[in-house]
Design a protein around this ligand. Structure first.
Ligand code: SF4
Length: 394
C-alpha cells in the first residue's frame, strides 16, 4: 500500500517541522502538575527515551506558567503549552515555549485570541488551534444541536479564517472527539477545505488496550487517507505508552521506521521457548533504540529459520535451546536460560552499527531534519483533500 500524503503548509515547532512533507511527528503530554518541575522534567526525559519528538504540558495556573523556563532549560525536545480558558497564561507561556495550543471554544472573547496571536508572533512560534467535541462554541451547539463532525469542522474553519483575516497563518489544527467516526469525519471534512497541517488524535480514547485500538483505527484511517502531520495517542496510561503506540501506528502503515519492530509468532502446541515472555521483554527493554530493526521471535523451527528471514535478527525455539539467526542465516545455538540476554546484547551491537551507518553526521540527523525518511513522499502537486472522501455517519 502506498500512501499519498496530503500536501499541507509547514510550520516549525522548535527544530521539528510539521507538515509540508516532513515525517509524521509523534507527541505526547505530561501528567504531573506542571508546577512540579522535577516530576515534569523526569517524565519528559522518559518520553524522550522512547522517541517522543514534541511534548505538551498543561499550563493551568500561574505556578505552572512560572515553571516553564525551568522545564524548558532541562529538556531537548520542543515544548508546547496547553491553554484553556485563561488567555493570560498563554501570554506568559508564549515567552518560553515553542508552540501554544488554544481552544477557541473556551478562550473567550476574540480580543483575547488576538493578544495571544500578538505574543506568538513576537517570538515567531506557531499556534495550535485545537477544537474539541466537548467544548464547542455555544452558537455551533445551538446550530447543530449537539457536537457533530460538521460542527467541529466549522469551529476550526471559523478560527482559521478569523486568524487569516488578521494576517496570521503560522498554525496547525486539531479537531478531536472521543467518537472515532466523528473525529475521522471532522478531519476529512477539514482536510477537503484547508491545507494547514493537522494534529491527529482521538481524545479521551480510553485505557491502554481500548484507547490504543480506538486510536489505531481513527488515526490509522486518516493517515491511510494521507491526512495528518503529527499525532498524539491519548491514553489513560503512562504517556510513555502513548509514544510507543503512536510509533506502532506509524510503523504499521510504514510511515515511520523508528526502533525495534518485534515480530512474534502467536505460539501453538509446538512451541519450544517462552515466546510471550521473550517478545514482551524485548519490547520493554529496547524502547531506547531509534534505528529501525526487525527482531523475530519464533516458537519453533517448523518452517525453518527462513520464516524469519525478513528479520535482521531473531531466535527460533529448538529442543532445549534457541537458534539465533541473522537475516535468515543460522548463527549459533543458545541455551534457553541465556536467550534473552544473548538476544539483547546482539541487538544492542546491531543497533550501534546501524546507528553509525545512518546517523553518520553525529547529530542524529537522518535524511533531513529530525527523523528517518518517510515512506510516503508527497506528490509535487495536488492535495488528496481535493478528492471526494465519503463521510461516515457520526
Ligand atoms: S512458529 Fe512454531 S510455535 Fe510458533 S506458531 Fe508457528 S508452529 Fe507454532
Amino acid at each position: 500500500m502506498f500512501i499519498t500524503r496530503c500536501k499541507t503548509k509547514q510550520v516549525r515547532v522548535g527544530r521539528v517541522p510539521i507538515g509540508g512533507g516532513a515525517p509524521v511527528v509523534v507527541q505526547s503530554m505530561t501528567t504531573p502538575d506542571t508546577a512540579d518541575v522535577q516530576a515534569t522534567v523526569a517524565q519528559i526525559h522518559e518520553l524522550e527515551q522512547v522517541g517522543c519528538e514534541i511534548v505538551r504540558v498543561t499550563v493551568n495556573t500561574p505556578e505552572a506558567a512560572a515553571a516553564l523556563p525551568a522545564i524548558r532549560s532541562q529538556i531537548t525536545i520542543p515544548l508546547i503549552a496547553d491553554i484553556h480558558f485563561d488567555h493570560r497564561l498563554a501570554l506568559k507561556a508564549a515567552q518560553v515555549v515553542d508552540c501554544v495550543r488554544i481552544n477557541p471554544g473556551n478562550i473567550g472573547a476574540w480580543w483575547k485570541v488576538e493578544e495571544v496571536v500578538k505574543a506568538v508572533r513576537e517570538r515567531n512560534i506557531p499556534l495550535r488551534i485545537g477544537v474539541n467535541g466537548g467544548s464547542l462554541e455555544r452558537e455551533l451547539l445551538a446550530k447543530y444541536g449537539y457536537p457533530t463532525a460538521e460542527a467541529l469542522c466549522e469551529s476550526a474553519l471559523n478560527a482559521v479564517h478569523a486568524l487569516e483575516d488578521i494576517g496570521f497563518t503560522n498554525m496547525k489544527v486539531s479537531l478531536k472527539a472521543s467518537d472515532v467516526h466523528m473525529a475521522v469525519d471532522a478531519y476529512r471534512l477539514f482536510s477537503l477545505q484547508s491545507d494547514y497541517p493537522l494534529h491527529l488524535g482521538i481524545t479521551e480514547a480510553g485505557t491502554l488496550l481500548t484507547g490504543s485500538i480506538k486510536s489505531a483505527i481513527g488515526i490509522g484511517m486518516l493517515l491511510a487517507d494521507g491526512i495528518g502531520d503529527t499525532i498524539r495517542v491519548s491514553l489513560a496510561a503512562d504517556p510513555v505508552e502513548e509514544v510507543k503506540v503512536g510509533f506502532e501506528i506509524l510503523k504499521s502503515l510504514e510511515l515511520r521506521h523508528r526502533g525495534v519492530n518485534v515480530i512474534a509468532c502467536p505460539t501453538c502446541g509446538r512451541v519450544e521457548i517462552d515466546v510471550v515472555k521473550l517478545a514482551n521483554e524485548l519490547e520493554k527493554r529496547l524502547g531506547h533504540i531509534r534505528v529501525p530493526l526487525n527482531v523475530s521471535v519464533l516458537g519453533c523451527v517448523v518452517n525453518g529459520i527462513g520464516e524469519g528471514k525478513e528479520a535482521d535478527i531473531g531466535i527460533a525455539g529448538g529442543e532445549g535451546v534457541g537458534i539465533l539467526f541473522k537475516h535468515g542465516k543460522l548463527i549459533r545455538k543458545v541455551k534457553s536460560e541465556e536467550l534473552l540476554d544473548t538476544l539483547l546484547a546482539e541487538i544492542e551491537i546491531m543497533a550501534k552499527e546501524k546507528e553509525a551507518e545512518l546517523y553518520g553526521d553525529g547529530n542524529g540527523n537522518v535524511n533531513g531534519e529530525h527523523g528517518e525518511p518517510t515512506a510516503s513522499p508527497i506528490p509535487a502537486t495536488g492535495h488528496s483533500g481535493n478528492k471526494e472522501i465519503p463521510l461516515l455517519k457520526a
